[in-house]
Write a protein that binds this ligand. Structure first.
Ligand code: KG4
Ligand code: ZN
Length: 388
């Protein structure tokens, strides 16, 4: 089964084609194409995403992006009118993000998907954006992309992610910080979430205060990597903010010891603001501020995830979302799990499937399509506050 994925929740116009792979070790997908048109350069000058501008860009890009995804996957047709194949391409269903996200942005992807499903007479699969992020973990890896009609995939060469249920999933993005318990495909329940800012939002707002621009996550990570003080690094990893080092910048780890699985990052942002106000020389210490700010976020994320994994006695811990692109989080999380819960398996998406993309939508779509979870295009609705 071959799925076209479409994603337009925020500021990336994305389309991808995925083909289902069934092996005796389980199901997975192979990504045949993954096209993303990013609007970052456009929104940078405003310091964040401007919804109206985002929607207009999606309108301009959606059909060329879908066309490129079909062509690259080898499932498109050459006879096009205004980028729309006049003959249905060799795909079986369309998976599209219907929420949560920016309403006008979501509508472009959803209305396009409805139109194509109608024109091509194929079913449609609505995908929750967060669920899409989670399914980035289920994408398999084939060393080579193969066109659909080329020789069969060799299963021995195709790597299926090792995911055993139950699993605890930490999804961290610009809009969400969510801990979920996943007992099986389609069985995902929220066990904790942020009470205010999302982790990615904390990165973005912190970066703004430090004058580092948008998007803040990569900017903070890059500046933090320049901070070379080994003493500071060791203290960070010990998760002990109360050190005797008088000159060390210390920021709080909000809700680190709370009994629930919720998060809060707005206090951390305020703490950074007050620290900067008090420190006349902060501009000379940007890498150190970034290092401590990034570590405060990472400490809370890892600690809560470990606590949830212990409580629910899970077999797997999964990481997902745009903040999963963070190099320190990607290395510290498995390190801590290995030390504290050596029997629990850890998975995280390939770097290119962490921030918004349509490959993860197509992947989530395949797992729903296997169970015939289709929606008639007439019933497809955008829900900008859609919950998991
Ligand atoms: O999942 P995503 O692409 O969009 C949403 O669904 O929100 O996540 C975007 C978020 C932004 O807040 C961005 O700053 C953050 O992910 N991000 C990072 C990194 N790369 C992207 N945060 C920390 N470190 C990174 N390397
Ligand atoms: Zn996202």
């Amino acid at each position: 089964m071959t799925i076209l994925g479409i994603e337009t929740s925020c500021d990336e116009t994305a389309a991808a084609v995925a083909r289902g792979v069934e092996t005796r070790h389980g199901a997975s997908v192979e990504i045949l194409s993954n096209i993303i048109s990013s609007q970052i350069e456009i929104h940078k000058k405003y310091g964040g995403v401007v919804p109206e501008v985002a929607a207009r860009e999606h309108v301009l890009k959606i059909l060329p992006v879908i066309n490129e995804a079909l062509e690259e996957a080898g499932v498109g047709r050459r006879d096009m009118i205004n980028h729309v194949p006049t003959i249905a391409p060799a795909i079986d269903a369309i998976a599209v993000a219907t929420g949560p996200g920016l309403i006008t942005s979501l509508m472009i992807g959803v209305e396009t998907a409805k139109t194509l499903a109608y024109a091509w007479n194929i079913p449609i699969i609505p995908i929750n954006h967060i669920e899409g992020h989670i399914y980035a973990n289920f994408i398999g890896a084939n060393p080579k992309h193969q066109a659909p009609n080329s020789k069969q995939i060799s299963n021995s060469k195709f790597q299926i992610p090792n995911i055993e249920f139950p699993a605890v999933v930490l999804t961290v993005s610009g809009g969400h910080t969510l801990l979920a318990l996943m007992k099986g495909h389609g069985d995902i329940k929220t066990i904790g979430q942020t009470r205010d800012d999302a982790a990615g939002e904390a990165f973005d707002k912190g970066a703004k205060m430090l004058g580092l621009g948008y998007p803040g996550g990569p900017a903070i990570a890059a500046a933090a990597a320049k901070y070379q003080n080994p003493k500071h690094q060791i203290l960070n990893k010990s998760q002990a903010p109360n050190s005797n080092d008088q000159n060390r910048i210390i920021l709080p780890r909000p809700m680190l010891n709370s009994k629930n699985f919720d998060f809060s990052f707005s206090g951390l942002k305020t703490a950074l603001l007050y620290s900067l106000k008090k420190d006349k020389g902060w501009k000379n210490k940007i890498p150190e501020y970034c290092c401590e700010y990034q570590q405060a976020i990472i400490d809370v994320l890892i600690s809560k995830t470990i606590k949830a994994a212990k409580k629910y006695k899970v077999r797997t811990i999964m990481l997902a979302g745009g903040v999963a692109a963070n190099k320190e989080l990607r290395s510290q999380m498995p390190e801590t799990i290995k030390n504290k819960l050596p029997d629990i398996h850890f998975t995280l998406p390939d770097l290119k499937y962490t921030t918004d993309n349509a490959a993860m939508m197509a992947a989530a779509g395949y797992f729903k399509a296997r169970h015939k979870k289709f929606t008639p295009w007439q019933d497809l609705k955008v829900d900008c506050n859609l919950e998991i």
